[in-house]
Design a protein around this ligand. Structure first.
Ligand code: NAD
Length: 458
């Protein structure tokens, strides 16, 4: 393990030292190779995702394959512009001079990805790393083994093996990789391992992007189009990997008065989307493994929780499926509010006044995303001003992920740093300050002897 990790780091560093990865031609050839991987092998990718997560083909194509393809397309279109040094105005202090910000690659970078969107969360950061001119080692998740081994095969086949590698493996292999010196690490996963990554990186002073999770709240005011709100909450919760998504709605906050209407609206739309027997629906992803299945079932079978189930609760261990489940009247100190749920269970917390949502959300770690459904501009302003989160959407859930003009990343407990679109290029580029002076003017006031007159002059 340690040998493979050490060899990967050493070989890629040797390639990087040749300067090969810095050229526009190399970067665009590798981005095109990623495009080939997702376009020529989409059927195999869909099959791998079905094997790992029973992910419906639609979700695999729309969320994962198209997501990677769109990132490549944008990077290829903009690469020339992104790579150009950015001119900066200079001041009298450096007169006469010109200044630029030069984006240079960090060098050899490590991407560690998670199992829930195993293609997208692996290749999307790699797109940014390559666009910025780095050599990359990708470590996909062992919890999505079919996609991981397909990635290893396809990256090996289409990409430049001297500068882009997939290293498969679990904890021991990741630990061995983390012992090596990297020039930047992007880690996607839970906060516990995020802390391990950060401390390993500290040893080498390696900068780190942590794409973590957390409890993403959805506040639902009564001033809404209820049917549309219900559909959009369901889309983010149950139509995206059965709630196993970092930006899935984790819990709802609404008023006591409005909760029954909201539950009815969610139930009516769930019937339409997944039918009366959701466990048999092909549109519902399974839980990734028995460990996570048992974790979720334990939550459901808690005495206080099970009494409050107003929809769902059924499970099928043989298929690792859990029906879309709504639990109403949950207290803020419930077991369900302790940790990120990361599954198809949606608790509803009720308050007297909707404005109380601010206190409930701020009592927890800063979320990766916070959602508000309302037509009330004052409530919207209060929400945006008083709540800190990686991202916010007013009147929808999760779709900000696909808006390339927006940075994607957390804050506080939900992570640090961001990527997507141009932010991915920037995330993997060092911004080097370059100042060029002319020999023409050389003011003697800056040189000794430092007479009082000179001080006044400067
Ligand atoms: P995971 O089990 O796939 O782990 C993530 C990575 O960490 C894997 O590559 C794994 O091999 C590695 N790893 C696990 N244990 C390790 C250890 N002890 N030492 C070193 N490396 C180790 O994924 P997970 O943590 O179950 O992912 C779920 C979490 O990730 C959730 O909290 C979710 O919200 C978050 N997430 C965040 C994003 C985002 O973009 N912010 C996306 C997806 C998931």
């Amino acid at each position: 393990m340690a040998v493979e990790a050490e060899a990967a780091a050493r070989e890629l560093r040797a390639t990087y030292a040749t300067g090969k990865t810095k050229s526009f031609e190399w970067r665009s050839s590798q981005l095109k190779a990623i495009q080939k991987i997702v376009s020529l092998h989409s059927d195999e990718i869909v099959e791998a995702l079905r094997s790992d997560l029973q992910k419906p083909e639609f979700e695999s194509v729309v969320h994962e394959i198209s997501g990677v393809s769109a990132s490549c397309k944008l990077a290829l279109k903009e690469l020339n512009r992104w790579m150009k040094p950015q001119k900066v105005k200079t001041s009298l202090i450096t007169f006469p001079s010109s200044a630029k910000i030069v984006s240079e690659p960090f060098g050899v970078v490590l991407v560690i990805s998670a199992w829930n969107f195993p293609l997208l969360l692996s290749l999307d950061p790699v797109v940014g790393a390559i666009a910025a001119g780095n050599a990359v080692v990708l470590k996909p998740s062992e919890s999505s083994p079919a996609t991981s081994s397909l990635l290893a095969k396809l990256v090996g086949k289409y990409m430049d093996a001297s500068a882009v590698r997939v290293v498969e493996g679990a904890v021991a292999e990741t630990a061995a990789l983390l012992e090596q010196k990297w020039d930047k690490i992007l880690y996607t996963g839970g906060g516990k391992v995020g802390r391990i990554v950060l401390s390993a990186a500290a040893k080498h002073l390696t900068p780190v992007i942590l794409e973590l999770g957390g409890k993403c709240p959805v506040v639902v005011d009564s001033a809404v189009n209820l049917k549309v709100a219900a559909r959009r909450i369901i889309a983010g919760k149950w139509c995206a990997n059965s709630g196993q998504t970092c930006i899935s709605p984790d819990y709802i906050i609404t008023t006591k008065d409005f909760a029954p209407q909201l539950v009815n609206a969610l139930s009516a739309q769930l019937d339409k989307f997944f039918g009366k027997e959701p466990l048999r629906s092909k549109e519902l992803s399974s839980i990734v493994n028995i460990h996570h299945f048992n974790r979720l079932v334990k939550l459901l079978d808690d005495d206080e929780v099970s009494r409050k189930i107003v929809r769902g609760g059924e499970r099928d261990q043989s298929n690792l499926k859990i029906a879309p489940t709504i639990i109403s009247g949950v207290s803020t100190d419930s077991l369900l509010m302790d940790e990120e749920i990361f599954g198809p269970i949606l608790p509803i917390i009720t308050v007297d006044q909707i404005e109380e949502c601010v206190g409930v959300i701020n009592a927890k770690e800063k979320p990766l995303a916070a959602y508000l459904f309302t037509n009330d501009k004052k409530l919207e302003d209060k929400f945006v001003r008083n709540i800190s989160a990686g991202a916010m959407i007013i009147n929808d859930t999760v779709i900000h992920f696909f808006e390339a003009g927006l940075p994607f990343g957390g804050v506080g407990g939900s992570g640090m740093g961001a990527y997507h679109g141009k932010f991915s290029f920037d995330a993997f580029s060092h911004k080097k300050a370059l100042l060029k002076r002319s020999f023409a003017v050389d003011i003697s006031a800056r040189y000794p002897p430092y007479t009082p007159g000179k001080r006044r002059f400067l």
